[in-house]
Structures are given as C-alpha cells and as structure tokens.
Ligand binder design. Structure first.
Ligand code: NAP
Ligand code: MG
Length: 402
C-alpha cells in the first residue's frame, strides 16, 4: 500500500505520562502505517522542559506560528509535588498557558457524540461547542496577601500620572488580586468566535456578568456587540444564525434547558469550568476535542484532559490500563485534516475523516475503554471493555477496511 505524502510538516508536541504512551501507540498503530508523517518534533515532556529551561515550549509555539498547524499531547503543569517528584530547578509554567499567550488564540472544545452514549442531559442531542478565551483574567493575574489595617488600591501609571482606586480597607487579614485583559485580545476572541460559528453554521452565545462588573465584563459585551454589528450581522442573517448575548447565570440555565447545537463563547475562567461540565455531561473528558485558533489563522489541536497520572502509575507497576485515547486521536485527525486543507492535500483530509469514522464505529460496535463501558447502552450491541492498546487495535481493524 502506498502511504499518503505530506507537503508541509506538522508541528508535533509530545508530552507526559499515560498520554505520552498513547501518543506513541496512536502513531505506531493508526498513523504511520498510512501516512508518510512529516513532522517537526518537540519534546514537551517535563524532563525535557527542565533540561531546556522551558525553551522547548517557546520553540514549539514559534514553529506552530511558522507552519500553521500543531498537535499537542497532554503535559504536566508542575506544582510543588511535581517539583519534588521530577527534581525540577523551577516550577515551570503551564505549557498550554505559554503557547496560548504566544498564539493569542481562542480554544474551541467540542464533544464527540456516540450512538449508545446518552448525555447526562438527555435533551442535548447536538454538540455544545465551548469557545474559551485563552488570554488574561485570573490566568495572568497578580495576587497578594494583605495584612489587617492595610489599604489595598489599584494604581495605573500613565505618562507619570497615577490614577488610584481603593479596593478595600482591610480590618482583618485577607487577600487581593489584580487581573487584566486587552481590547485587542477581546476583539480577536470575538472575531474567532463569529468566524467559527459561521463555519459551523451554528448560533453564537456569549455571556458575562456585566451587571456586576460594569467596566471589566461590560467591555467584553461592548466589543462583541460593536464587532458583530459592523462586521458580521449580514453574514449571520444570510446564514440564518443569531448572535445571542445574555448574563452568565442566565446562559447556564438556558444551556441546560436547550437541545445543544450552539457555539458558547466563554471568558477564560468560565470556559475552563464549563468545558469540564459539558465534557462530563456528554460522556467523559476523554470524549472532548480541543483546538486553539489564533486570529492569524494558526491552529493547535490537543486533548482536553490531562496526562491521566493515576493510570500511568498503574502502568508503571505492570498493571493493565484502560485509558481512552479518543481525544488524542481526534487531536491528530483534526491536525492532519487542517494540514490537508491548507496544503490542498485531499488524501490527507480523507484519511483524517476515516480515522474519526473508524474510531466512532469501534465504540458504536461495543468496543471501548472502561470509562465509557459503564455508560454505553445500545440495543443489540454487547459491550466489551478493552485495555488501552486493544482499543487502538480494534480501531486499526476498522480503519484497514475503510
Ligand atoms: P487527568 O489527567 O485529566 O485525569 C483525571 C482523571 O480523569 C483520571 O484519573 C481518570 O479517572 C479520568 N480521565 C482523564 N482522562 C482520561 C482518559 N483519557 N481515559 C480515561 N480516564 C480519563 O487530570 P489530573 O489527574 O488532574 O491531572 C494529571 C496531570 O495532567 C497533571 O499534572 C496536570 O497538570 C496535567 N494536565 C494537563 C492538561 C493538558 O496538558 N492539556 C490538562 C489538564 C491537566 P479515573 O482515575 O477515575 O480512571
Ligand atoms: Mg480545566
């Protein structure tokens, strides 16, 4: 069989623990037999981030900017425990945070729907796509402990002139936080969301707490409204879709009552929380695809879950694991399809479609990892819980005949 030739390299960001193993197996079992993989490889495992003083993360982000498409494995974000475990010289920052800041993008997360897995909200018959603003707010904040009898203020220095606003006169010990966002970043977030909604022909919802946060959140609301009216209203009318703004608590209530089928734009923190809720409700975090889209049209595909540490330690003890590789497979298929689109490489796009079809068919035929086995119910189909590698091999069997 002749393999599919790639024109432009895909930027490949390897990661840690259980997902690093899945990464290797996905390539060996599902991709390399079919594709003459052209990739520029960056090892973002924690040991290599330590060895390079995290320069590898910055280099990888630069490469994604250069080539346009990257695919990323889950990586450890070190905390104090990890610093000890990996004998780190520093608590390196989250690679996702570094890359998101460099690409200034929006993260779109979409559940993979499977016949036989009913969402916890059974009326959700269409996917709910979360668009998470990937810049600023508490992810780039400054925090401080404040002792009793202190005054905490916000100070802005501009051309040597200081504007002050009192946050709180502390009568007892407490805490304070400063955070920011940028008009330009909010505007590119808005445009990414309007474009994505048009691409998908789905309505766009956006919500903040502008009634309470009259300057900060209100700025988000205003920028979205201005850009929609001046640049997108006509295209939305033509596509027959709407832009709907409401308060965040109202949005949560409405989403729960809905049948799905919208792009839900969320501020950074709301998106972090809501994407986990949506993923769980649609089955599992392992059934959620995730793509970072920068305003300049650069794409980074990843899985939404972490490195599945608990499973990795079982694997190290020689025990069998049943780790769901769907999100990581879809990161690869998403990246290969986008590479194919940009290069006009139809064979690569078809391969990506088939890889997704084979993966979904495997589960719908009753063969899946343990996390899904308990929630799968389809008439006439018997469930078989497979281990991590058996699941990939079951997909490979279906892929061969597509
Ligand atoms: P996690 O890796 O997402 O796993 C949490 C639990 O969710 C697992 O123990 C497992 O539950 C279940 N799970 C997640 N993915 C699964 C999969 N593919 N198949 C089956 N079950 C799955 O989160 P974590 O344990 O909180 O974090 C581990 C490490 O990942 C941390 O070091 C964190 O920094 C990092 N992290 C990275 C990213 C990223 O790079 N995108 C995102 C989040 C976290 P059971 O144990 O019950 O089976
Ligand atoms: Mg999260």
């Amino acid at each position: 069989m002749t393999k599919i030739i790639m024109r432009t390299p895909l930027v490949e960001l390897d990661g840690d623990e259980m997902t690093r193993l899945l990464w290797k197996w996905i390539k060996e079992i599902l991709i390399l037999p079919y594709v003459e993989l052209k990739s520029e490889y960056y090892d973002l495992s924690l040991p290599n981030r330590e060895a390079t003083h995290d320069a590898v993360t910055v280099a990888a982000a630069e490469a994604i900017k250069k080539y346009g498409v990257g695919v990323k494995c889950a990586t450890i974000t070190p905390n104090a425990e990890r610093v000890a475990e990996y004998k780190l010289s520093k608590m390196w920052k989250s690679p996702n945070g570094t890359i998101r800041a460099m690409l200034d993008g929006t993260v779109f997360r979409e559940p993979i729907l499977i016949k036989g897995i009913t969402p916890i909200i059974p009326t959700w018959t269409a996917p709910i796509i979360i668009a998470r603003h990937a810049y600023g707010d508490i992810y780039k904040n400054t925090e401080i402990k404040v002792p009793a009898d202190a005054v905490c203020e916000l100070v802005v220095t501009h051309n040597g002139e200081k504007t002050r606003k009192e946050i709180m006169r502390f009568g007892s010990d407490g805490i304070a936080m400063g955070m920011h966002n940028l008009d330009a970043s909010i505007a590119s977030f808005a445009r990414s969301c309007f474009n994505y909604a048009l691409d998908k022909r789905l309505p766009l919802w956006f919500a903040t707490k502008d009634t309470i946060s009259k300057i900060y959140d209100h700025r988000f609301k205003d920028i979205f409204a201005e850009i929609f009216d001046s640049e997108y209203k006509q295209d939305f009318d033509t596509a027959g879709i709407e832009y709907f703004y409401t308060l965040i608590d109202d949005a949560v209530a409405r989403v729960l009552r809905s049948s799905g089928g919208m792009v839900w734009a969320c501020k950074n923190y709301d998106g972090d929380v809501m994407s986990d809720m949506i993923a769980t409700a649609f089955g599992s975090l392992a059934m959620m695809t995730s793509v970072l889209v920068s305003p300049s049209g650069v794409y980074e595909y990843e899985a939404a879950h972490g490195t599945v540490t608990r499973h990795y330690y079982k694997h190290l003890k020689g025990e069998s694991t049943s780790t769901n590789s769907m999100a990581t497979i879809f990161a690869w298929s998403g990246a290969l399809r986008k590479r194919g689109e940009l290069d006009g490489n139809a064979a690569l796009c078809d391969f990506a479609d088939n890889l997704e079809k084979a993966s979904i068919a495997t589960i719908e035929d009753g063969m899946m990892t343990k996390d899904l086995a308990g929630m799968f119910l389809r008439e006439g189909v018997t469930v078989r819980a497979l281990n991590s590698k058996e699941f990939l091999e079951a997909i490979a069997q279906r892929l061969q005949v597509l």
